[in-house]
Design a protein around this ligand. Structure first.
Ligand code: ZN
Length: 243
């Protein structure tokens, strides 16, 4: 099984299209999505339709739940809440039904998949070694994948030791089956690790390998769409800096 794993697309159609074009060269068996298809970005309907058609499995994220009215937007930042309200207004029936059908966690091909973390699949960010370790201890699967933080990560735990951290573009891992692994593919539509290119991960379960990849996309097209729709300027600005 070879899977391409994407997360946190956030309505950024041009980033999603660039990732799908790059993935095509690797011909994965399946595409998995770890949630947050919408929120922040200007093309929520199209992103949902593409994921619904292409992904074998998708999770729902906190932004998706906010747009569906299942999370209180008072818990969101000002810009996140404003874009969630806009998204809720423009979201069409079919994308809405698709998002409503999704769960924030799943086990698939013996891999644990969580939007946030195993302890709290909706809200918890895995950004520290302590939370990464707690996540691995909470889950049962040898490989645990999370999204939500928009930062690509790879950590390994075994024999009482936790190693790893940020996983920049080009990181290639041999997934030692004697250890437990926590992987975050990074974000397609709003990367926050200083690299503005869209992030994704290729996971080869038979060969025990993971490759962290990035795809360049026309950031200025997404920025123009954000401005046309009157979404907060900061949401356009941050995309070119990858923060
Ligand atoms: Zn997100």
């Amino acid at each position: 099984m070879r899977a391409a794993v994407v997360s946190d697309i956030h309505g950024n159609l041009h980033a999603l299209e660039a990732v799908l074009a790059a993935i095509e060269e690797d011909v994965p068996d399946e595409i998995w999505c770890l949630g947050d298809l919408v929120g922040y970005g200007p093309r929520p309907n199209r992103c949902c339709t593409i994921v619904a058609g292409r992904a074998s499995l998708s999770l729902v994220g906190n932004h998706d739940l906010g747009v569906l009215g299942r999370l209180d937007l008072a818990e969101f930042s000002h810009e996140a809440a404003e874009s969630a309200r806009w998204t809720a207004e423009v979201l069409e029936d079919e994308p809405r039904r698709y998002l409503e059908s999704l769960e924030p966690s799943a086990v698939h091909a013996n891999v644990g998949l969580y939007h946030g973390s195993p302890r709290d699949p909706v809200w918890e960010y895995v950004l520290s070694p302590e939370v990464a370790l707690a996540s691995l201890l909470q889950a049962n699967e040898p490989i645990v994948m999370v999204g939500h933080s928009h930062v690509p990560l790879a950590l390994a735990f075994g024999e009482g030791r936790l190693d790893g951290g940020l996983a920049p573009a080009g990181t290639e891992l041999e997934l030692d089956p004697e250890r437990r692994w926590l992987l975050n593919p990074g974000s397609v539509g709003q990367p926050r690790d200083g690299d503005p290119r869209a992030a994704y991960l290729l996971l080869d379960l038979a060969a025990h390998r993971a490759s962290f990849r990035r795809a360049a996309y026309p950031v200025e097209r997404t920025q123009a769409e954000i401005r046309e729709r009157g979404l907060p300027e900061a949401l356009a600005d941050r995309l070119e800096h990858g923060v």
